[in-house]
Design a protein. Structure first.
Length: 579
């Protein structure tokens, strides 16, 4: 490699290697503005593209600009989805992932055009598609035989009624049933993951079809499927030999039948078990514990009829757990969590939200006992009632911390968090009435990597005194706070890297404060001003025309715009939503 003293003269392959290590969505837009060389490199490296109604008119240009895109997401798109997919099919792209979730119809024609050109599609997300039916699953199986990841969860249906007020039984014919899943599974022999949550007319037959036909199946998600029984779950555990992850809810297992007990013995590859809103028992937890699985992730959120005895027995057997979700287990105490922490040396994620007996003692115990811990959720617990001065603080690797809804959370506790969590990137302290600007300032000054801060409904925060820059802060959510123009001015000058600002229901904010944000936050992409009563409709045009980085604006309530005005905003690159 030729030597050079000028970094800008590094060979392109060196810059490609460097940029490949960065977050594309966060970094590439800024890098592309540095030079024509960086623009060319980032265009070449981009793998993901999001298409909206705003960007669709420039679709041909975008597809030429980013020739190596392998993943496309269609979001907030209100045009002809079939036509859009046909246009994509004519490009030289070789897509591996397509997300068309949330649309009002299944685009058979567009997918047919896409499937004729891009047979290597591996991921397809059709969740929340309106009117999904068996015929659509037949189309998917025929067009994309190499799919590995399919999401057909929570299809949207509108009930239809006869003139006499009775339910139109014919409307049920459009639902996804076992027959559709059977046909689909017979064609997708490479399927690794499927989410069929919310398809309420499928039964254990669908689970059996998937288990027998898709030998490589490793993950299945079955939330809100009322006709899936213990027998169906047992079939999956026994038949799908490569099954690594199962997610279920509402399963109600007051007692276990013999087939269920035997099934766990076959599930040696099971590494993730997610149960929620279910009637489980210590017997079930003991059964899982004694099965000697490869369990690394365990979620039993919002479950009931089990106790700390069953949890402890399971944790003793699986001391290599990295992920633990016990949200809503309100029998947990600081004493039990101190005991549990002895079995969690590899833990990286824990959710103890809504465990109302837990205090800051649990939090600091986990910091000390779990050296790999990065993500802690303790929303609506009892943090703050303890004496902070008695709690030792140890430096941790925690990056994400959710303490929202803790009525007793104090500035003193936040100060100790700031000392113990220097790597913090996301903090949520919304709905904590005792927090003031003093505690927030301490966090901001100590946690210099903070990118995401939520202080919504923290009515104790009257102002902000920040005399230092916050170059990493990108997301600030302050709904319903008492921030005024002065505080907003401080934020604008100190947080010039902001990408998203949520000021919904901030009644003291006026045009002057928003203007300061527009002046200083030159990367801002989204702003929410819903229910900001002291802002007029004229502020929207001012923001769109003075801050070209804006992509989405939620205007104050009562704002009315004509189609001509909205189209004008879109031409400037910004979507103004309904207020």
């Amino acid at each position: 490699m030729a030597e050079t003293n000028n970094p800008a003269e590094l060979p392109a392959e060196c810059w490609e290697s460097i940029m490949n290590s960065l977050d594309q969505n966060r970094s590439f837009e800024s890098l592309s503005l540095v030079s024509s060389q960086f623009l060319s490199i980032t265009n070449h490296l981009r793998r993901s593209l999001t298409i909206t109604s705003r960007t669709s008119p420039s679709l041909s240009l975008l597809l030429r600009r980013f020739p190596n895109v392998t993943e496309i997401k269609v979001r907030d798109f209100h045009g002809d989805l079939n036509s859009l997919l046909c246009r994509i099919s004519k490009s030289p792209l070789d897509l591996e992932s397509l997300d068309i979730s949330g649309h009002c119809y299944f685009p058979s024609e567009g997918l047919a055009a896409l499937g004729s050109r891009m047979r290597n599609l591996k991921e397809l997300n059709c969740s929340k598609i309106s009117g999904l039916q068996n015929a659509d699953l037949v189309v998917i199986g025929k067009l994309f035989p190499f799919l590995q990841d399919l999401d057909i969860s929570f299809p949207q249906y509108s009930s239809r009624f006869n003139p006499n007020g009775s339910l139109d039984l014919q409307s049920f014919m459009t639902f996804v049933t076992d027959e559709g899943i059977a046909d689909l599974s017979s064609k997708l022999i490479d399927l690794r993951r499927i989410d069929i949550s919310g398809n309420q007319f499928i039964t254990d037959k669908s689970v059996l079809s998937l288990s027998l036909n898709c030998s490589l199946l490793s993950e299945i998600v079955l939330l809100d499927c009322d006709f899936i029984t213990q027998a169906g779950i047992g079939l999956a555990l026994r038949s799908a030999v490569n099954l690594n992850s199962v997610a279920l809810d509402g399963i109600g297992i007051p007692s276990l039948d013999s087939s269920m007990k035997e099934s766990f013995a076959y599930a040696k590859n099971l590494g993730a078990l997610h149960l929620s809103n279910s009637f489980i028992s210590d017997e079930l937890l003991s059964l899982v514990a004694e099965a000697n699985l490869s369990l690394e992730k365990l979620s039993i959120s919002h479950c009931y009829n089990f106790s700390s005895v069953g949890v402890e027995y399971l944790l003793q057997r699986y001391q290599f757990l990295a992920y633990l979700d016990l949200e809503g287990a309100n029998f947990l105490t600081d004493e039990s969590m101190i005991e549990f922490s002895n079995y969690l040396p590899n833990l990286t994620f824990i959710n103890l939200g809504l465990c109302s007996k837990l205090t800051g003692l649990t939090f600091f115990t986990l910091m000390k006992a779990c050296p790999l811990l990065e993500d802690v959720r303790m929303e609506s617990t009892n943090i703050g009632v303890e004496e902070c001065n008695e709690l030792a603080v140890k430096k941790s690797k925690i990056k994400t911390l959710d303490l929202a809804g803790n009525n007793s959370l104090s500035d003193e506790f936040l100060k100790r968090v700031a000392l113990g969590c220097p790597n913090l990137e996301m903090l949520n302290i919304s709905y904590c009435p005792n927090i003031t600007e003093d505690g927030v300032t301490q966090v901001l000054s100590k946690c210099t990597r903070l990118r995401h801060l939520e202080i919504s409904r923290c009515f104790g925060i009257k102002s902000l005194v920040i005399d230092f820059d916050l170059p990493e802060l990108e997301i600030l959510k302050a709904q319903g706070s008492v921030l005024d123009n002065e505080a907003l001015g401080v934020i604008a000058e100190s947080c010039q890297a902001l990408l998203q600002l949520d000021l919904e229901s901030c009644l003291s904010v006026t045009k002057q404060g928003v203007g300061r944000v527009m002046e200083h936050c030159k990367r801002l992409r989204e702003i929410n001003l819903r229910s900001c009563e002291n802002l007029g409709i004229d502020i929207i045009a001012l923001m769109v025309f003075t801050r070209p980085s804006l992509r989405k604006v939620v205007p104050p309530c009562g704002s009315m715009f004509s189609d001509q005005q909205r189209n004008l905003f879109r031409r400037h690159g910004c979507s103004v939503s309904e207020s």
